[in-house]
Design a protein around this ligand. Structure first.
Ligand code: DQA
Length: 143
């Protein structure tokens, strides 16, 4: 099974970006840990990050042909992007939404995520481990 791991805007800055909220690990560290975990579970993993909404939309469209599941941290687009929700709604595989921080404990404008209306599961507040928890859940769902 093939899993696409998508990270949205500003997540390329992890490690340097408000580490008290988002943790000390870089995105490269997180991708490395997910790649290991994915191969343990028998998945292939492709990881991409973009600061551009339209690029994320295009990657989600392309995933229709090749991925069994998408793990996505849409970053701030979670709270604004109907376009990302619409793209995910065309995708027929599993969708796992991950947030490093617990968005419900933070400012009110972070409490709503458009993506959650399509996600099979939402993991928030588990830090980088949240991505691995999403992979574990996919092992159950796709297994
Ligand atoms: C985030 C939470 C969002 O509110 C924020 O805009 C991000 C990261 C998280 O992983 O906790 O960029 O998705």
């Amino acid at each position: 099974k093939h899993v696409l791991l998508l990270n949205g805007p500003n997540l390329n800055m992890l490690g340097r970006r408000q580490p008290e909220i988002y943790g000390a690990e870089t995105l490269a560290d997180i991708v490395a840990r997910c790649t290991l975990r994915a191969s343990d579970l028998g998945f292939t993993l492709e990881a991409r990050q973009s600061n551009y909404e339209g690029e994320l939309v295009t990657w989600i469209q392309d995933a229709r042909e090749k991925a069994d599941a998408i793990i996505i941290n849409p970053g701030a687009y979670s709270h604004t992007s109907v376009a990302i929700l619409d793209a995910l709604s065309m995708f027929e595989g599993r969708v796992m939404e991950v947030h490093l921080s617990n968005i419900h404990k933070r400012e009110a404008f972070r409490h709503h995520s458009y993506v959650s209306a399509r996600a099979d599961a939402v993991i928030a507040g588990c830090g980088a481990e949240g991505y691995e928890l999403a992979l574990l859940r996919l092992a159950t769902l796709l297994g």
